[in-house]
Structure formats: structure tokens, C-alpha cells
Design a protein around this ligand. Structure first.
Ligand code: SF4
Length: 323
């Protein structure tokens, strides 16, 4: 891999629930992200994907671990100056285009707010940048004066994308950017993100539920379960030849939209994702894994390289079946 843009080591975010109870939202996550790479992050609801994205960007304080971005070790806890300084380099596109836009601000005010907060440009320059970004995301200049409720869901997500892009970041966390949208507009928003990524040389962490969409859009795919990464590799390798039992079941539960690619009926996931409170030793998937042994219940598997001559990139898997 080329010189990484982002180096994440042992990133951990716990929440103290009181009475000796700790919620392990993100637990010891490590990975590298190359410049202009798209890493897809998948897993069930409650696996810690969004918390990982927010902790990476300093929207949540780290409990432990380090994040190096463009060679700089980022602070453990951000102050207002850190947020302002890093906002021009790292941005987030949120899941819900309904709640993430201030209903009392016009689209133009929402998109231009970041530039105004930085105070480096005149009102006229901010207005010109807003017009540019409205058009770049497929809206029109006259939309600047309208309020969020006057737009469709897809248009609101385009406003959210313009708001993130106007600061010209190098790294963007896309936190389930399509899951609140109608299926008919999901592909449009994904294609817009792919076009912007290619035009601007962006690096993206693309968090989503839809594994087919993640495979389509991302170079590599990371699978998260109960706060930990359990598999990481080239998207096609992970999607078509999953190694971790959880990834295999997750992909088996994913509806295949193309009948030509539909596979024979396969086992599906049983049970719910367990509570991430006060997790002990052992594999976190042991309670749902068809291959679990006594050893799995006692010893936590770590994410390790698994040799596979067919893989396009190094495959990492956290499972005792491969040790
Ligand atoms: Fe299943 Fe054991 Fe592998 Fe965990 S370590 S996924 S329980 S086989």
C-alpha cells in the first residue's frame, strides 16, 4: 500500500454507563487507509460503525488508541480550535438528511456555514462557492434561498454533501449516506459520491448496510462485529470469498438483486447481535457461530493475515479457524 493517509491503531471508544457497566462501542480497531482509497465498513446495527466514524473525526473523544492523519497524530480530545482546523481536512456526511440540516437555515446558509466560520472569505466569495457546490451536486443556484423542508430526501442529502465538500477536505466519512433514502435515489447519491471522489481525489470511509452497494463503491471492505474488525480485504475477495463465519452469514443474509448471481439457499444469521456491555474474553461471535469451540469461548482471536493466493490485497481475519 502507498503511504497511508490515515493510520488507526487500537482505537477504542467506551461509554461508562454507571454501576460498573461499560459499553464497548469500539474496541481496539486498527487499519490503514491509502490516499484516494474507498474503504467500505459493514456490519449489523449496533456493531459500532458510526461510533468508529465519529471517533475518527474527533466528534467523540477517544478512550484509547491513536489516529495519525497526513502524518500528524490527532489529539485525544479535540478543543474548538482542533475542530476548526481539522474541518478543512476531514468531514462527515450524515445518515439522516432530515435531521442533519437545520430547518431554520436556507440551503445556501447551510452549505456556506463552514466557510463563514473560517472567516477567510468575503460574503461574495462564499456566495460564489455555494453556487458552485449547489451545481456540482446536481442542484441549482436558485435553490440557495430554499429551506430544507422544500427539498426531497435525495436533494437534502445533496445539500449535506455540498456542505461537507465546500471545505475541500481530503478525507470524508460517509455514515450510511443512502440508508434513509428511497431505493430509486440511492444509486444517484452513490454515483455522485463516486464522481466527486474521482474529481477531487478524496479518500472515503463508506459506512453502509447494503453489502452489494459497498462492494460496488469501495476498494476494500472491513467487517465490524460488536466493536471489533473481524475481516478486512479487497471488496470483491471479501464479498465473493468471505472467510470469517460472521462475514459468510452476513453475505448469505444479503439479498442478491441480480437473479443471474443468486446462489443456492444458504444458512442465515440466527439470533440478535449481543449487548456490547461488559464484554469478556473469547470470540465475540461465539454465541452465534456454527463453528464455535471451547477454545473460541475462552480466547479472543486477533485480526491476522490469512494467506490466500487468489486475494488481490492482504486479507486479515480474526478467527481461530485460520490460526
Ligand atoms: Fe467462530 Fe471460533 Fe471463529 Fe469465533 S473464533 S468466528 S467462534 S470459529
Amino acid at each position: 500500500m502507498a503511504e497511508p493517509l490515515l493510520e488507526v491503531d487500537g482505537l477504542t471508544r467506551h461509554f461508562d454507563l454507571g454501576s460498573g457497566r461499560t459499553l464497548h462501542a469500539v474496541d481496539g480497531v486498527s487499519f490503514r487507509l491509502a490516499r484516494e482509497e474507498i474503504l467500505g465498513l459493514v456490519g449489523e446495527s449496533g456493531s459500532g460503525k458510526s461510533t468508529l466514524g465519529k471517533t475518527l473525526l474527533g466528534l467523540l473523544e477517544k478512550t484509547r488508541g491513536t489516529v495519525r492523519f497526513e502524518g500528524e497524530t490527532l489529539p485525544q480530545r479535540y478543543g474548538p480550535k482542533d475542530h476548526r482546523r481539522l474541518a478543512t481536512r476531514m468531514q462527515m456526511i450524515f445518515q439522516d438528511p432530515y435531521s442533519s440540516l437545520n430547518p431554520r437555515m436556507t440551503a445556501g446558509e447551510i452549505i456556506g456555514e463552514g466557510l463563514r466560520l473560517h472567516g477567510r472569505q468575503s460574503d461574495q466569495e462564499v456566495r460564489a462557492a455555494v453556487t458552485h457546490w449547489l451545481e456540482a451536486v446536481g442542484l441549482r443556484a436558485e435553490h440557495a434561498g430554499r429551506y430544507p423542508h422544500e427539498f426531497s430526501g435525495g436533494q437534502r442529502q445533496r445539500i449535506g454533501i455540498a456542505r461537507a465538500m465546500i471545505l475541500e477536505p481530503t478525507f470524508v466519512v460517509c455514515d450510511e449516506p443512502i440508508s434513509a433514502l428511497d431505493v430509486s435515489v440511492q444509486a444517484q447519491v452513490v454515483n455522485l459520491l463516486a464522481e466527486l471522489k474521482a474529481a477531487l481525489g478524496l479518500t472515503l470511509l463508506f459506512i453502509a448496510h447494503d453489502l452489494s452497494m459497498v462492494r460496488y463503491v469501495s476498494d476494500r471492505m472491513a467487517v465490524m462485529y460488536l466493536g471489533s474488525l473481524i475481516e478486512l480485504g479487497a471488496s470483491d475477495d471479501v464479498f465473493f470469498r468471505p472467510k470469517h463465519p460472521y462475514t459468510q452469514l452476513l453475505i448469505a443474509s444479503n439479498p442478491e438483486p441480480d437473479p443471474a448471481l443468486a446462489r443456492a439457499p444458504r444458512p442465515t444469521m440466527s439470533g440478535e447481535i449481543p449487548s456490547p456491555v461488559n464484554l469478556g474474553d473469547g470470540c465475540r461471535f461465539a454465541g452465534r457461530c456454527p463453528d464455535a469451540t471451547e477454545h473460541c469461548r475462552r480466547v479472543t482471536p486477533s485480526l491476522k493475515p490469512v494467506a490466500d493466493g487468489e486475494d488481490k490485497t492482504l486479507r486479515l481475519v480474526a478467527c481461530h479457524l485460520y490460526t
